[in-house]
Ligand binder design. Structure first.
Ligand code: THU
Length: 139
């Protein structure tokens, strides 16, 4: 991942984080996804009084990109206001896996710039995918 692209993603995620709708948790997150054509889409967590309807920042960003016709994710970056970086929740890992273009970088950052980078397969080994639904599927 080029330094300039990572910086661009960080800036965009940080800017988006301000729009997080978090009246219940007060835990704002911003996400930026880099798609294979170089475009970047952002997302935030959007909560609801019916808590289970909350949409995570990662999924908001991915669904926005997919809604615009984009399919392949090259990298995903998340920003939190915590002291240490925050990792994506389980459902978000599965959604990342659906659209990841092979092995991709998931960059977890704090507002101060502390960083933890892992790959999608490190975060979710053995993800369920379309080939699992074949009769002659392989593990
Ligand atoms: N949250 C995310 O946006 N992404 C994650 O991967 C973990 C959790 C949000 C959901 C909720 O708004 C807040 O963080 C606390 O759970």
């Amino acid at each position: 991942m080029k330094k300039e692209i990572k910086e661009k993603m960080f800036k965009k995620a940080l800017e988006a984080q301000k729009n997080a709708y978090v009246p219940y948790s007060d835990f704002p997150l911003g996400a930026a996804v880099l798609m294979e054509d170089g475009s970047i889409y952002t997302g935030v967590n959007i909560e609801n009084a019916s808590f289970g309807l909350t949409n995570c920042a990662e999924r908001s960003a991915i669904f926005t990109a997919v809604s615009q016709g984009k399919r392949k994710i090259e990298a995903l970056l998340i920003v939190s206001s915590t002291e240490k970086p925050v990792t994506p929740c389980g459902p978000c890992r599965q959604v990342i896996s659906e659209f990841a273009d092979g092995e991709i970088e998931i960059i977890m950052m704090t507002e101060e710039g502390k960083e933890l980078t892992m790959t999608n397969t490190e975060l979710l080994p053995g993800a369920f995918n379309d080939s699992a639904m074949e009769k002659n599927n392989e593990l």
